[in-house]
Design a protein. Structure first.
Length: 306
Protein backbone atom coordinates (compact mmCIF):
# COMPACT_ATOMS: atom_id res chain seq x y z
CA UNK A 1 0.00 0.00 0.00
CA UNK A 2 1.87 3.12 1.20
CA UNK A 3 3.36 4.82 4.22
CA UNK A 4 1.32 4.33 7.37
CA UNK A 5 0.91 7.73 9.04
CA UNK A 6 -0.45 8.99 12.33
CA UNK A 7 -1.35 12.56 13.29
CA UNK A 8 -1.88 13.82 16.80
CA UNK A 9 -4.41 16.60 16.41
CA UNK A 10 -3.98 20.22 17.46
CA UNK A 11 -6.59 21.14 20.08
CA UNK A 12 -9.07 23.52 18.44
CA UNK A 13 -10.04 26.15 20.99
CA UNK A 14 -12.37 29.13 20.37
CA UNK A 15 -9.26 31.34 20.10
CA UNK A 16 -8.00 29.24 17.18
CA UNK A 17 -11.37 29.27 15.36
CA UNK A 18 -10.98 32.70 13.83
CA UNK A 19 -13.83 32.43 11.27
CA UNK A 20 -16.92 30.24 11.48
CA UNK A 21 -20.45 31.35 10.65
CA UNK A 22 -22.05 28.56 12.66
CA UNK A 23 -23.58 29.80 15.93
CA UNK A 24 -21.79 29.38 19.26
CA UNK A 25 -25.07 28.32 20.87
CA UNK A 26 -27.57 25.69 19.74
CA UNK A 27 -30.11 26.68 22.42
CA UNK A 28 -30.90 29.67 24.65
CA UNK A 29 -28.54 30.53 27.47
CA UNK A 30 -29.35 29.19 30.93
CA UNK A 31 -31.52 31.56 33.02
CA UNK A 32 -31.51 30.90 36.80
CA UNK A 33 -34.88 32.68 37.15
CA UNK A 34 -36.71 30.57 34.59
CA UNK A 35 -38.84 27.56 35.51
CA UNK A 36 -37.65 24.80 33.15
CA UNK A 37 -39.89 21.95 32.09
CA UNK A 38 -38.72 18.40 31.43
CA UNK A 39 -37.08 18.19 28.00
CA UNK A 40 -36.07 21.83 27.59
CA UNK A 41 -32.59 22.65 26.31
CA UNK A 42 -29.95 25.24 27.23
CA UNK A 43 -26.38 25.97 26.15
CA UNK A 44 -23.56 26.94 28.53
CA UNK A 45 -19.97 27.53 27.34
CA UNK A 46 -20.62 25.69 24.05
CA UNK A 47 -22.07 22.63 25.85
CA UNK A 48 -25.72 21.59 25.46
CA UNK A 49 -27.88 20.40 28.36
CA UNK A 50 -31.39 18.94 28.58
CA UNK A 51 -33.66 19.20 31.62
CA UNK A 52 -34.41 15.81 33.22
CA UNK A 53 -36.81 17.21 35.81
CA UNK A 54 -38.81 20.40 36.16
CA UNK A 55 -36.53 22.84 37.97
CA UNK A 56 -35.67 26.44 38.77
CA UNK A 57 -32.22 27.75 39.73
CA UNK A 58 -30.48 24.38 39.45
CA UNK A 59 -27.44 25.26 37.37
CA UNK A 60 -26.54 22.49 34.87
CA UNK A 61 -22.83 22.69 35.72
CA UNK A 62 -22.69 23.34 39.47
CA UNK A 63 -25.84 21.65 40.78
CA UNK A 64 -24.98 18.52 42.78
CA UNK A 65 -28.43 17.52 44.04
CA UNK A 66 -29.54 13.94 43.37
CA UNK A 67 -31.33 13.05 41.16
CA UNK A 68 -29.64 15.26 38.58
CA UNK A 69 -31.73 18.01 37.04
CA UNK A 70 -29.81 18.21 33.75
CA UNK A 71 -28.14 15.88 31.27
CA UNK A 72 -24.93 16.93 29.54
CA UNK A 73 -25.47 16.35 25.80
CA UNK A 74 -22.00 17.37 24.67
CA UNK A 75 -20.62 20.07 22.45
CA UNK A 76 -22.64 22.41 20.27
CA UNK A 77 -22.86 21.75 16.55
CA UNK A 78 -20.07 24.23 15.76
CA UNK A 79 -17.41 22.34 17.76
CA UNK A 80 -18.70 18.77 17.46
CA UNK A 81 -16.35 18.00 14.57
CA UNK A 82 -13.41 18.72 16.88
CA UNK A 83 -14.58 17.37 20.23
CA UNK A 84 -17.28 14.84 21.11
CA UNK A 85 -16.37 14.31 24.75
CA UNK A 86 -18.84 14.49 27.61
CA UNK A 87 -16.44 14.14 30.49
CA UNK A 88 -14.67 10.85 29.77
CA UNK A 89 -17.44 9.67 27.41
CA UNK A 90 -17.30 10.21 23.65
CA UNK A 91 -20.64 10.61 21.85
CA UNK A 92 -20.49 8.20 18.93
CA UNK A 93 -22.43 9.07 15.78
CA UNK A 94 -22.44 12.85 16.24
CA UNK A 95 -21.23 15.40 13.69
CA UNK A 96 -21.19 19.05 12.66
CA UNK A 97 -23.78 19.84 10.00
CA UNK A 98 -25.08 22.87 8.12
CA UNK A 99 -27.27 23.42 5.05
CA UNK A 100 -25.15 23.34 1.87
CA UNK A 101 -21.79 24.45 3.29
CA UNK A 102 -19.50 24.38 6.32
CA UNK A 103 -16.96 27.19 5.94
CA UNK A 104 -14.40 27.77 8.69
CA UNK A 105 -10.90 29.13 9.17
CA UNK A 106 -8.48 27.88 11.83
CA UNK A 107 -5.24 29.44 13.04
CA UNK A 108 -3.40 26.53 14.70
CA UNK A 109 -0.51 28.68 15.96
CA UNK A 110 2.09 25.97 15.24
CA UNK A 111 3.59 24.09 12.34
CA UNK A 112 1.28 21.55 10.75
CA UNK A 113 1.55 19.59 7.52
CA UNK A 114 -1.54 17.39 7.59
CA UNK A 115 -5.32 17.51 7.66
CA UNK A 116 -7.89 14.74 7.87
CA UNK A 117 -11.68 14.72 7.73
CA UNK A 118 -13.83 11.66 8.42
CA UNK A 119 -17.55 11.06 8.23
CA UNK A 120 -17.88 13.60 5.42
CA UNK A 121 -21.12 14.14 3.53
CA UNK A 122 -20.35 16.58 0.73
CA UNK A 123 -19.69 16.88 -2.98
CA UNK A 124 -16.33 18.59 -2.43
CA UNK A 125 -13.85 19.79 0.16
CA UNK A 126 -11.63 22.79 -0.53
CA UNK A 127 -8.55 23.50 1.61
CA UNK A 128 -6.91 26.93 1.42
CA UNK A 129 -3.79 27.90 3.36
CA UNK A 130 -2.66 31.50 3.65
CA UNK A 131 0.16 33.26 5.51
CA UNK A 132 0.59 36.95 6.41
CA UNK A 133 2.51 39.01 3.87
CA UNK A 134 1.86 36.63 0.97
CA UNK A 135 -0.81 37.74 -1.51
CA UNK A 136 -1.73 34.36 -2.97
CA UNK A 137 -2.57 31.22 -0.99
CA UNK A 138 0.39 28.94 -0.34
CA UNK A 139 -1.97 25.97 -0.73
CA UNK A 140 -5.33 25.77 -2.50
CA UNK A 141 -6.80 22.42 -3.53
CA UNK A 142 -10.31 21.12 -4.06
CA UNK A 143 -11.09 17.43 -3.55
CA UNK A 144 -14.13 15.73 -5.07
CA UNK A 145 -16.03 13.61 -2.53
CA UNK A 146 -18.67 12.42 -4.98
CA UNK A 147 -18.53 11.41 -8.66
CA UNK A 148 -20.41 9.29 -11.18
CA UNK A 149 -19.22 5.70 -11.58
CA UNK A 150 -18.06 4.52 -15.00
CA UNK A 151 -17.29 6.45 -18.14
CA UNK A 152 -20.24 5.82 -20.48
CA UNK A 153 -23.04 8.26 -21.29
CA UNK A 154 -25.51 5.91 -19.62
CA UNK A 155 -23.47 5.90 -16.43
CA UNK A 156 -23.17 9.69 -16.58
CA UNK A 157 -26.95 10.24 -16.70
CA UNK A 158 -28.27 7.21 -14.83
CA UNK A 159 -25.38 5.67 -12.92
CA UNK A 160 -24.94 5.72 -9.19
CA UNK A 161 -22.62 8.17 -7.47
CA UNK A 162 -19.36 6.91 -6.03
CA UNK A 163 -18.68 8.69 -2.77
CA UNK A 164 -15.75 9.11 -0.40
CA UNK A 165 -16.42 9.47 3.31
CA UNK A 166 -12.92 10.41 4.40
CA UNK A 167 -10.06 12.64 3.28
CA UNK A 168 -6.41 12.92 4.39
CA UNK A 169 -3.71 15.17 2.94
CA UNK A 170 -0.09 15.41 4.03
CA UNK A 171 1.35 18.06 1.73
CA UNK A 172 0.40 21.28 3.51
CA UNK A 173 3.37 23.71 3.64
CA UNK A 174 4.70 23.72 7.23
CA UNK A 175 4.33 27.41 8.09
CA UNK A 176 3.95 28.23 11.79
CA UNK A 177 1.75 31.28 11.22
CA UNK A 178 -0.72 29.98 8.62
CA UNK A 179 -4.50 30.21 8.50
CA UNK A 180 -6.29 27.13 7.19
CA UNK A 181 -9.68 27.58 5.58
CA UNK A 182 -11.83 24.49 4.98
CA UNK A 183 -14.95 24.66 2.80
CA UNK A 184 -17.17 21.57 2.84
CA UNK A 185 -19.77 21.96 0.08
CA UNK A 186 -23.00 20.02 -0.41
CA UNK A 187 -25.19 22.08 -2.79
CA UNK A 188 -28.89 21.34 -2.33
CA UNK A 189 -28.21 19.14 0.71
CA UNK A 190 -26.67 19.27 4.18
CA UNK A 191 -22.90 19.39 4.56
CA UNK A 192 -21.62 17.15 7.35
CA UNK A 193 -18.28 16.35 9.00
CA UNK A 194 -17.84 13.71 11.68
CA UNK A 195 -14.37 14.80 12.81
CA UNK A 196 -11.51 16.94 11.57
CA UNK A 197 -7.87 16.68 12.67
CA UNK A 198 -4.97 18.97 11.79
CA UNK A 199 -1.42 18.40 12.97
CA UNK A 200 2.01 16.98 12.15
CA UNK A 201 2.16 13.56 10.49
CA UNK A 202 4.63 10.86 11.48
CA UNK A 203 5.35 7.71 9.49
CA UNK A 204 5.28 4.45 11.45
CA UNK A 205 5.85 1.92 8.67
CA UNK A 206 4.12 0.70 5.53
CA UNK A 207 0.55 -0.60 5.64
CA UNK A 208 0.15 -3.84 3.68
CA UNK A 209 -2.73 -5.86 2.28
CA UNK A 210 -3.37 -7.89 5.41
CA UNK A 211 -5.16 -4.81 6.77
CA UNK A 212 -8.77 -5.56 7.77
CA UNK A 213 -11.76 -3.18 7.84
CA UNK A 214 -15.08 -3.45 9.60
CA UNK A 215 -17.94 -1.91 11.55
CA UNK A 216 -19.43 -2.93 14.86
CA UNK A 217 -23.04 -2.10 15.70
CA UNK A 218 -24.10 -1.52 19.30
CA UNK A 219 -27.82 -1.90 18.63
CA UNK A 220 -29.54 -4.61 20.67
CA UNK A 221 -32.01 -7.21 19.45
CA UNK A 222 -34.36 -8.94 21.88
CA UNK A 223 -36.61 -11.82 20.85
CA UNK A 224 -40.04 -11.88 22.50
CA UNK A 225 -42.01 -14.97 23.58
CA UNK A 226 -44.12 -14.89 20.41
CA UNK A 227 -41.16 -14.62 18.05
CA UNK A 228 -41.38 -10.89 17.51
CA UNK A 229 -38.19 -8.89 17.70
CA UNK A 230 -37.50 -5.64 19.53
CA UNK A 231 -34.62 -3.63 18.06
CA UNK A 232 -33.07 -0.79 20.03
CA UNK A 233 -30.97 1.36 17.73
CA UNK A 234 -27.62 2.55 19.05
CA UNK A 235 -24.40 3.80 17.53
CA UNK A 236 -21.78 1.94 15.55
CA UNK A 237 -18.02 2.24 15.29
CA UNK A 238 -15.60 1.58 12.47
CA UNK A 239 -12.49 -0.43 13.10
CA UNK A 240 -9.32 -1.01 11.14
CA UNK A 241 -6.75 -3.64 12.01
CA UNK A 242 -3.68 -2.31 10.22
CA UNK A 243 -1.01 -4.79 9.16
CA UNK A 244 2.24 -2.86 8.94
CA UNK A 245 5.84 -3.63 8.04
CA UNK A 246 8.73 -1.55 9.33
CA UNK A 247 12.54 -1.62 9.29
CA UNK A 248 13.73 -3.35 12.44
CA UNK A 249 15.81 -0.37 13.56
CA UNK A 250 12.65 1.83 13.60
CA UNK A 251 10.52 -0.29 15.94
CA UNK A 252 11.47 1.63 19.09
CA UNK A 253 10.71 4.95 17.36
CA UNK A 254 7.33 3.61 16.23
CA UNK A 255 6.48 2.48 19.76
CA UNK A 256 7.52 5.83 21.20
CA UNK A 257 5.30 7.64 18.69
CA UNK A 258 2.30 5.48 19.55
CA UNK A 259 2.93 5.72 23.30
CA UNK A 260 2.46 9.49 22.98
CA UNK A 261 -0.97 8.86 21.41
CA UNK A 262 -2.23 6.47 24.09
CA UNK A 263 -5.93 7.23 24.75
CA UNK A 264 -5.70 10.39 22.61
CA UNK A 265 -8.00 10.58 19.56
CA UNK A 266 -5.73 10.79 16.51
CA UNK A 267 -5.75 10.43 12.74
CA UNK A 268 -4.53 7.06 11.40
CA UNK A 269 -4.04 6.59 7.65
CA UNK A 270 -3.02 3.41 5.86
CA UNK A 271 -3.10 5.03 2.40
CA UNK A 272 -4.53 8.47 1.68
CA UNK A 273 -5.71 7.38 -1.78
CA UNK A 274 -7.87 4.67 -0.14
CA UNK A 275 -10.34 6.70 1.89
CA UNK A 276 -11.61 3.62 3.75
CA UNK A 277 -8.17 3.28 5.41
CA UNK A 278 -8.56 6.73 7.00
CA UNK A 279 -9.87 6.74 10.56
CA UNK A 280 -9.95 9.05 13.58
CA UNK A 281 -9.92 7.18 16.85
CA UNK A 282 -7.73 5.51 19.42
CA UNK A 283 -5.59 2.44 19.07
CA UNK A 284 -6.64 -0.37 21.38
CA UNK A 285 -3.90 -2.90 20.72
CA UNK A 286 -0.36 -3.03 19.33
CA UNK A 287 1.18 -6.42 18.56
CA UNK A 288 4.79 -6.36 17.36
CA UNK A 289 6.83 -9.36 16.23
CA UNK A 290 10.59 -9.60 16.47
CA UNK A 291 12.28 -8.39 13.28
CA UNK A 292 13.95 -10.81 10.87
CA UNK A 293 16.71 -9.51 8.59
CA UNK A 294 15.87 -5.99 9.78
CA UNK A 295 12.22 -6.35 8.74
CA UNK A 296 9.60 -6.14 11.45
CA UNK A 297 5.83 -6.58 11.32
CA UNK A 298 3.13 -5.34 13.64
CA UNK A 299 -0.65 -5.14 13.91
CA UNK A 300 -2.30 -1.92 15.06
CA UNK A 301 -5.96 -2.12 16.06
CA UNK A 302 -7.74 1.25 15.78
CA UNK A 303 -11.36 1.96 16.75
CA UNK A 304 -13.20 5.08 15.55
CA UNK A 305 -14.57 7.81 17.80
CA UNK A 306 -16.76 9.61 15.27
Amino acid sequence: MSDMKVVKGVEITPAKMIVNALPDMDHPAYDPLKAYAIGEFVTIDRINYQALVANTNRHPVTDMVTPAAWQNLGWVNKYRMFNKSVGNTWKIGTFTANPEVIDLTIRPGERINSIGLVGVFASSVRIIMTVPGVTDPVYDKTFAMSSKAGGSWYQYFFGQFVTKDNLAEFDLPPFNNADIRVIVSAPGSTAQVGMMVIGWAKTIGTAIYGTRLGRKSYSTIREEFDGSVTITKRGRRRFIDFSVVIPGDQISSMQRTLDALSDIPSLFVGASELDYTIIVGIYEDLDTGLPTYNRGEFTLKVRSLN
